[in-house]
Write a protein that binds this ligand. Structure first.
Ligand SMILES: Nc1ncnc2c1ncn2[C@@H]1O[C@H](COP(=O)(O)OP(=O)(O)OP(=O)(O)O)[C@@H](O)[C@H]1O
Ligand SMILES: [Mg+2]
Length: 549
């Protein structure tokens, strides 16, 4: 062409990785991410301690939390992080499994590529395999009813196992079981508040809304029975001018007038509140000292700076309509509750709104020795509530402990034979990759993974062996339904779907073109924290940060 003259279309300094080199590189990066979370999988999985650039520590076993926290730069590795996030958004659990499975699918693909199977064939085969796997999963699933608290409790327990609450998992699962009936499509119906101090066992379920707020003035009543609640989303303050202007008053009498004027305005506000018949004020913004004083004088219980999300829950539960203009506040806008009360929790005071009249509201107040504990318990409860919600919504659950994966693996091998052609190889590879879940469950429990797999496969060939999974204590196969290791069907479907999808996406890339950014800032200045956490990640070299996908 063109007299042998190369045509340059890329900017000087652009890095480019083509063909198999690019594919191998991408696979290595994605597998490194999978390896980073693999050891946390299952009830015997380990925890990770994440330290950010400010020295803040997070200790968790939750795949998506780990991946969000470690700052990953490699563009392909980031795609795996996205899988975890999607899994978390969709179902709240199974993030580690999805990532580990994606890593394994890529590992299998690598050996197929070495055997000269084209990535397009692999992608195709994987897509067929995933569709078949999901079809089989639906057959394996069984029905769960909203009223079946025992099964829903088992689902919560399974999602909690392996998290660092140890012996308290049962106790927490009981709480989730208790509120299971309240979980509708929206887990946000349940308010989770945390306060460190005390013992995890002090975590309680409260029939009402709990606010991490004290009343604004000590002379206000400590509790109000038959509460008429005003939700106000404007500040009970005199508006300060936007510009930083200065008012100079030389005459002391004028100064007094100026202050009086301010006080009058605030007093008028309180009068309007009082006129509505409210005896509790929950304000989303600030309350001026003077207004506090008048509210206290009128015997009104007031709280300021309530979170917007909490305001919404309060409105729903008490039937209050929040007002911005105090002139709109009438008896009609007020919400009702049996009791609004300040209670001491640990060293802090919190406001409890109980006996809500409009709708049942449930709050979980988490207690625990340290902040790290309450934070992790919050994540755990949140995940447990999400899986219970998913099970209720779909009304379907499936046996866990690697049993579904083994069953699928066997089924897919049969299916592969019926497909034939070169896709057969890819479907077989997919079947092999599924073994990674039971294998890792065994491995993380300190068992011989090969031994675990062989025994499981043998049992699954037998009649009635469909729900045999890994007994992490002994390594012997155990019926997971009898052992109450149960997961929502949606978690498993999402795992397979998203793992297959991201593997396909990564395999289809055969050219990575990275434009050079402006030179990085000198060491020590600016950017911090990058590259931390994942030292020695394979295949990450030479790739500039922030390359779009
Ligand atoms: N008691 C148990 N015995 C055997 N396997 C169990 C038991 N409890 C849970 N499992 C299995 O452990 C796996 C889930 O492990 P884990 O919760 O660590 O990861 P994940 O759910 O994939 O991701 P994450 O919870 O981090 O979002 C599932 O396959 C589940 O069936
Ligand atoms: Mg889990």
């Amino acid at each position: 062409m063109m007299g042998g003259q190369p045509i340059i279309i890329l900017k000087e300094g652009t890095e480019r990785e083509k063909g198999k080199g690019a594919v191998y590189n991408n696979i290595a990066a994605a597998r490194a991410v999978a390896d980073a979370v693999k050891s946390t999988l299952g009830p015997k999985g380990m925890d990770k301690m994440l330290v950010d650039s400010l020295g803040d520590v997070t200790i968790t076993n939750d795949g998506v939390t780990i991946l969000k926290e470690i700052e990953i730069e490699h563009p392909t590795a980031k795609m795996l992080v996205e899988v975890a996030k999607t899994q978390d958004d969709e179902v709240g659990d199974g993030t580690t499994s999805a990532v580990v499975l994606a890593g394994e699918l890529l590992k299998e693909a690598e050996s197929l590529i070495e055997q000269e199977v084209h990535p397009t064939i692999i992608v195709n085969g994987y897509r067929m395999a995933a569709a078949e796997a999901v079809r089989r999963l639906r057959q394996l699933a069984f029905d769960v009813k909203r009223t079946d608290k025992a099964t829903l409790g088992s689902i919560a327990r399974t999602a909690m196992s392996g998290r660092s609450v140890g012996t308290n998992a049962d106790f927490l699962a009981d709480i989730v079981e208790e509120v299971a009936g309240e979980v509708r499509a929206d887990v946000d119906n349940i308010l989770v508040q945390k306060k460190h101090g005390g013992n995890l066992k002090d975590t309680t379920l409260i029939d009402g809304v709990v606010l991490d707020k004290e009343r604004v003035h000590p002379r206000m009543p400590k509790f109000v029975r038959d509460a008429k609640i005003a939700l106000i989303n404007r500040a009970l303050e005199v508006k300060k001018t936007e510009v930083n202007e200065e008012i100079r008053i030389r005459d002391p009498a004028k100064l007094q007038m100026f202050l009086d004027e301010e006080e009058k305005t605030l007093r008028a506000m309180v009068e309007k509140i009082q006129a509505s018949g409210a005896n509790v004020v929950l304000a989303q913004k600030g309350i001026d000292d003077v207004a506090q004083h008048y509210l206290a004088k009128e015997g009104i219980y007031a709280v300021r700076r309530v979170k917007e999300s909490d305001m919404k829950k309060l409105a729903k539960a008490t039937g209050a309509r929040s007002v911005t203009n105090l002139d709109d506040l009438t008896a009609k806008e007020l919400g009702r509750a049996d009791l609004v009360e300040e209670r001491k929790v640990g060293t802090d005071d919190m406001t409890f709104v109980t006996g809500c009249k409009k709708a049942r509201a449930v709050s979980i107040l988490i207690r625990g020795g340290t902040e790290h504990v309450v934070d992790e318990v919050e994540r755990i409860l949140h995940d447990a509530l999400r899986v219970v919600a998913a099970a209720i919504e779909d009304g379907k659950a499936i046996a866990g402990g690697g049993s579904a994966e083994i069953e699928l693996s066997i089924a897919l091998k049969d299916y592969a034979a019926t497909v034939g052609g070169r896709e057969q190889l890819a479907i077989e590879a997919f079947a092999g990759a599924l073994d990674v879940i039971p294998r890792t469950l065994g491995e993380n429990a300190g068992l011989d993974p090969i031994d675990v797999l062989i025994k499981l496969r043998a049992d699954h060939q037998k009649k009635g062996g469909k729900s045999m999974g890994v007994n992490v204590q002994t390594g012997e196969p155990l019926d997971m339904i009898k052992a109450n290791v149960i997961e929502p069907l949606r978690v498993k479907i999402q795992e397979i779907d998203s793992a297959a999808e991201v593997a396909g996406m990564i395999l289809r890339i055969d050219d990575v073109i990275a434009s050079k950014k402006s030179p990085p800032p000198p060491p020590g200045g600016g950017e911090h924290g990058h590259g931390g956490g994942m030292g020695g990640m394979g295949g990450m070299g030479g790739m500039p940060p922030g390359m779009g996908m």
